[in-house]
Each structure stands twice: as structure tokens, then as C-alpha cells.
Design a protein around this ligand. Structure first.
Ligand SMILES: [Zn+2]
Length: 195
């Protein structure tokens, strides 16, 4: 189908798409629900039963696997992978009897990051570029770029390359940076140390 912006995308007949902001070439699969005023970029894959809330933002070339809900306040940048049944939240003080639509704690998943199956991303944090969140991890604090986070509570267990493999080979190390070489793809990755 083609939307009012002239972009052609695929939506399975069982999907409910209320947003006009769907990018060229995006595919939206069975029983997904994309609410009004949400935004999905180009070349995305939105899996079965995915829910994209009002105001949620999804960049280009993002893969969202089955049964993920992306709530208002969540921004997912380009090239992010969200594994099946991963969970986002948007309310740090959830009470059934106190509810304010406007009170959401924003969450940002930066370019190229991956979130493993069934991981929980507690709202109000930023997951840095190319970070890797292991399956089932519970993450409630900001994650540095290229960090590998595992467990509950999520703890940093190392660094990963853009290709997703763990960085182990140190080429250079000084007080401000460590330079790694990826033994899988050969890329050099510089990791800044905290001040
Ligand atoms: Zn690599």
C-alpha cells in the first residue's frame, strides 16, 4: 500500500496501521498494531503482534521481532534489532489508580544497538550505539556505546564490535581510550574511558 506521504510499504491484512508515517519498503506483519502519531522509518521489519504506541518513534532499517510493544516515550534509532518478546516500559511509578498520559520517562535506543529476546528495558535510560543487551537481561541504567550487558540486574561484561562479536584483542591502551581489534571482522574500535 501507499500512504499519504507517497511511501509504499507492506502491511499484512490483519495488521492495524493508523499512522501515516511509515517509510518506504517497511514490512508490517500479522496482527501488528501501529497507532496514530507514531513514526516508522524506511526498510523496517515489524513482526507479528508488535504494538507501536502513539508517539513512539522507530528509525530506518530497524528489526522488531514478534510480540514486542514499543510504548510512547520510546525512540529507536536506525539499524536497531529488538528481539522477540523484549519489553519496554514508560512509567517509573506505575499505579493502576494514578495514571497520567503525559508523564512518561523517555527511553532512547541508539543506532545499531541490539536488544536480546525477552530483555526488559526499564524506562528513562539511553542504550548507546552498537551496545548489545543479552537475552533476558533487565536494564535500568544508561548503557555505554559498544557495551555488552548481561543478567538481572544488567551488568557490563565487556565490549562488542559493530558486527556483534565480543572485543578481546587490545591494540592500544592509555588513560583516555582503549583501542580494540575485532577478531571476527577485523574492524578497529576505540572505546573512550570514563572521566
Ligand atoms: Zn567485528
Amino acid at each position: 500500500m501507499t500512504n499519504t506521504q507517497g511511501n509504499s510499504y507492506f502491511a499484512h491484512p490483519t495488521a492495524i496501521v493508523e499512522s501515516e508515517s511509515i517509510g518506504e519498503g517497511t514490512k508490517i506483519w500479522h496482527f501488528a498494531h501501529v497507532r496514530r502519531d507514531s513514526k516508522i522509518g524506511r526498510g523496517c521489519n515489524i513482526g507479528k503482534s508488535v504494538y507501536i504506541d502513539i508517539g513512539a518513534v522507530v528509525g530506518d532499517n530497524v528489526k522488531i521481532q514478534n510480540f514486542v510493544s514499543v510504548y510512547k516515550g520510546v525512540v529507536i534509532e536506525d539499524d536497531v534489532f529488538v528481539g522477540p518478546s523484549a519489553t519496554f516500559t514508560n512509567d517509573l511509578y506505575p499505579r493502576a489508580f494514578i495514571w497520567d498520559e503525559e508523564h512518561v520517562s523517555p527511553t532512547r535506543i541508539c543506532r545499531g544497538a541490539s536488544i536480546g529476546a525477552n530483555a526488559t528495558i526499564v524506562c528513562g535510560i539511553t542504550v548507546g550505539e552498537y551496545a548489545m543487551i543479552g537475552a533476558g537481561s533487565v536494564v535500568a541504567e544508561d548503557v555505554p556505546a559498544y557495551a555488552l550487558i548481561l543478567g538481572n540486574p544488567g551488568r557490563q561484561k565487556g565490549w562488542v564490535c559493530r558486527c556483534g562479536h565480543r572485543l578481546k584483542v587490545v591494540l592500544h591502551d592509555d588513560s583516555s581510550n582503549t583501542l580494540y581489534k575485532c577478531s571476527s571482522c577485523g574492524m578497529d574500535v576505540q572505546i573512550a574511558k570514563k572521566a
